[in-house]
Write a protein that binds this ligand. Structure first.
Ligand SMILES: C[S@@+](CC[C@H](N)C(=O)[O-])C[C@H]1O[C@@H](n2cnc3c(N)ncnc32)[C@H](O)[C@@H]1O
Length: 266
């Protein structure tokens, strides 16, 4: 438990440090997936209750959700106070929306069987036990409620920037166990929901060039690259950067990325 708390505190600090740059660089580029995930709860009659948004970051889901579900209570939760202070700013126009610092890996029991929907974008894969977390999110749903969760699956394609970075980092960064990806659907079902969709959703992303993207990957998100930078220091990261640029296309970099979207009904 102490280890879990320590890990959560470190992660929160890391996300605090990148929150401003994340909003600037990644929020616009991730928008198509945020739209797709919000759309996934919009084609059903939701029961009463709040919409919970675990791992909301700066809360880009909110304007879309508030536009679709006027007057509904919408609550973003995130472990990073830096992210939540930006989320609170975003929530100002909507009196029924709020953002709170909480750990989404194990939800507060107050959410149990209380929520009309749980919507989460690009947080699940960062949690220590994503299959247990998604089951917890299902348990937060009231009967008739809907879950929509998007996350980045493990990517081994070297034409994908993150796939390329992972290949270059192999042997230098701690390997994250990914067998949980295979257990997610069973975890959702065992927690009492019926899977409606489980598919890869691809959109295009554009970067000025590979150098700008490397800079964003290492300073605008608290993922594996930033963890490696903190661990191995600037010289090592400069070598990685050179390798990355060597393998990347020159000039503007346009690529498609696939996220996995799981939609389920309680
Ligand atoms: C890639 S950002 C996604 C933010 C937002 N949903 C979006 O689509 O832009 C991932 C977020 O997950 C949060 N996060 C990571 N682990 C968490 C945890 N255990 N509990 C709550 N939030 C967590 C991070 O602080 C970060 O804000």
């Amino acid at each position: 438990m102490a280890d879990d708390d320590e890990y959560a505190a470190l992660l929160a600090r890391n996300w605090d440090e990148v929150a401003g740059r994340y909003e600037e660089y990644f929020v616009p580029r991730f928008r198509p997936w945020v739209v797709a995930t919000v759309e996934a709860i919009a084609d059903t009659e939701l029961p009463g209750g709040p919409i919970l948004v675990p791992c909301c970051g700066t809360f880009p889901e909110l304007p879309l959700l508030a536009g679709r579900f006027a007057g509904r209570e919408i609550v973003g939760i995130d472990i990073s106070p830096g992210m939540i202070s930006r989320a609170e700013q975003r929530a100002v126009p909507w009196s029924a929306a709020r953002a709170v610092v909480q750990n989404a890996a194990v939800l507060d029991p107050a959410w149990s069987a209380a929520c009309a929907a749980v919507v989460s974008v690009f947080g699940l894969h960062q949690l220590p036990a994503p299959d247990e977390a998604i089951a917890d999110w299902v348990r937060a749903l009231t009967p008739g409620g809907r879950l929509a969760v998007a996350f980045w699956p493990y990517e081994t394609d070297a034409t994908d920037p993150w796939g390329l970075a992972d290949l270059l980092l192999a042997g230098h960064a701690p390997v994250r166990e990914r067998s949980w990806e295979k257990s997610l659907a069973a975890a959702v079902t065992a927690a009492g929901a019926t899977i409606r969709r489980d598919e890869l959703v691809a959109f295009e992303m554009t970067h000025t060039d590979a150098a700008a993207l490397w800079e964003a990957m290492t300073t605008a998100a608290a993922g594996a690259l930033r963890a490696t930078a903190l661990r191995h220091g600037p010289e090592f990261m400069e070598r990685m950067r050179q390798e990355f640029l060597h393998h990347a296309p020159t000039g503007e970099w346009r690529h498609r990325r696939r996220a996995r979207l799981i939609v389920a009904d309680k």
